[in-house]
Design a protein. Sequence first.
Length: 723
Amino acid sequence: MAAANDTSFNELFRAHPIPMWVYDLDTLAFLAVNTAAIVHYGYSEDEFLALTILDLRPSAELPRLRANLKTAPRTGLERSGIWCHRKRDGSLIDVEVSSHPLLFQGRACKFVLAHDVTARLQGELKIARLNRVYALLSGINSAIVRIRDRTALFKEACRLATSEGGFATACISTVDAAATGLNEVAHAGRALPPRPAELEQHWCALRAARGQSTVVCNDIGQDPTLAPLRAPLQARGFAAVAAFPLLVGAHAVAVLTLLSDCAGVFDEDELRVLHELAGDLAFALLFLDREEQLSYLAYHDVMTALPNRRLFQDRLTQLLHPASGVVALVLVDLGRFSQLNDALGRHAGDAVLAQVARRLSRQLPDSFNVARIGGDLFALTLPDLARGEDAARLLNETVFGLLDQPYLLGAKEVRVASRAGLALYPGDGADAETLFKHAEAALKNAKASGERYLFYAPRMNAALAARLAMEHQLQEALEQKQFVMMYQPRVDLASGRIVSAEALIRWNHPERGLVGPADFIELAEETGLIRPIGAWVIGAVCAQQRAWLAAGVDIVPAAINLSAVQCAQAELLDIIGAAMAAHRVERGLIEFELTETAVMSNPDEAARHLNALKRLGIPLSLDDFGTGYSSLAQLKRFPFDFVKIDRSFVSGVDSNAEDTAIAGAIIAMTHSLGLRAVAEGVETLAQLEVLRRLRCDELQGYYFSRPLTPDQFAALLREGRRL
Ligand code: C2E
Ligand code: MG
Ligand code: MG
């Protein structure tokens, strides 16, 4: 500008394509401006020359600029760098400014070149944003590969959208099938303002779910559809929002919502990438669904929905540890299933299989672990068994009980004769595989031999066979009246007189002779046969008393033993009442003995029975005291008259100080409760004398008499024998 008057330089200045001007550093007024500047900023030359450089700056910056000017007026405003300028129409542009101090028309001026870089900068910005979105896309794709859980994937996607994608907020909500509402499952970034339910339908996410297409709002301040939600969104700094439905099949299963602080971020290029991202997420969901389905198929039988062999074997393995006790693996085969298929068709067979599965899975507790492991082969476990025999009972009563019911095929009823093979943990194998092999062998033997079920271990089968035979014989014994009663006298220590007799059952076995109760009462209790046997005893004792009375014997009360099973029997009182009435036996001629276990196994029912018997004036004894775990104080609620001290303490009462102490304590406590103490199993004079010293009231035992036949006992009574 040294040759300002030089026409050619002047023209060069005017014609230069880059906007240029000269302004006065003191007044900030323009002194010269070229054509490019006039055109670019939209003023006429006169208008431009009437301005100061402050007029080119955005109005928002002016206060700050004026402040700067005061402190450093001479440094000039147009330092080299990028500045924001305002055109005549108010639009803002980014300008890269180069300036130079200059003496112009004798004044201190600045010569300025102002290169508009708005487009370049926006391009760069856009590339930077796109790069972020691409980084987000790749982050999400790697999450899709890594993450197998839907919610975890959603959370990671939101996290990436804010950290990598630069969005202010990202959230994913699931949508129900009817798209009635949103359920936010993942969120990252700033919190969204709460949305009242009545405004929910305005929210982009719900609109995207319902319309199954992306909803974009590039300027929250302008978009009319968002008007009701505008203020709270803007208050939190949000400027733009877009919602992308995640479509699986024909449904939007979830919506990804992204919010930005910059209006207009969702341009065509960015939306293209974000669509791709939403598509990838949706595909991942579909994939996760399929995978869940696949893993279901890998572990379940499709037809019955029962666990398959693989899952069953896993569960069985988990069951097998030393603390589980005996675990039985049972393989059940539906007998003659192929004939059923042949005769009625495959669909009939399938229907039966489905019904079998339903019965087993719905009516057995979960602990049975039912599975279908082959065509007509089912597997189950019988856990927490005390012994192998329990498995047989559970199988018979529960499993076969269910499977033996007829199956309905249309109007037809069919029956299926199932068979089973059992292997027991730990005896027959320590691992699932061995147990399977052995249960299969047992099943094969059962099918070959025609047995309903067989254990793998032959000794189990032998023991079971013996038990079964015994059960059968007991039943027969009852029918053929092979039971007899014996009577053992109980004597009063003070007077020496017989005060009562305990009625003790014997089984007059056709081959084995007289069998004691120790050999069959337990089995009778387990099989429930104790109920008819017990009822028979009550009748037999009443009949005996009546017979002795008729024969003129000066009888004493007879004590009948009641087992726990009888105690729990609702009809017990009726049975007793009926027997006493039938034989015209008065109260006071019959007593009952119950062990602590019998009472405590069903305390409420026992208390009900005992109180009712007590009201009838029937004396009651607590039998075998000292062998259980209850204290006398606990047993106080039951109306006993006698406590029978178990033989195990009596046998050592004269030789073992501990037994003496225990017997003494029991007697003292018995007395403190106002009851009488009876010593059982007294065999020697020495025992008797210690018991007398301990103030025992009565005794029973071989020392005075063994259990006697009715005739022998009557003779004893007639004799008037005393201690
Ligand atoms: P319990 O009620 O404690 O009967 C006493 C048992 O001790 C009887 O055995 C009796 O024979 C035996 N005993 C008596 N004095 C002596 C003795 O001095 N030394 C020895 N070593 N034993 C003696 P039993 O008759 O074998 O009966 C055993 C158990 O069977 C009874 O124990 C009772 O719990 C049960 N029982 C007997 N009869 C019946 C019955 O009709 N119904 C029920 N439910 N259980 C019965
Ligand atoms: Mg007894
Ligand atoms: Mg006893």
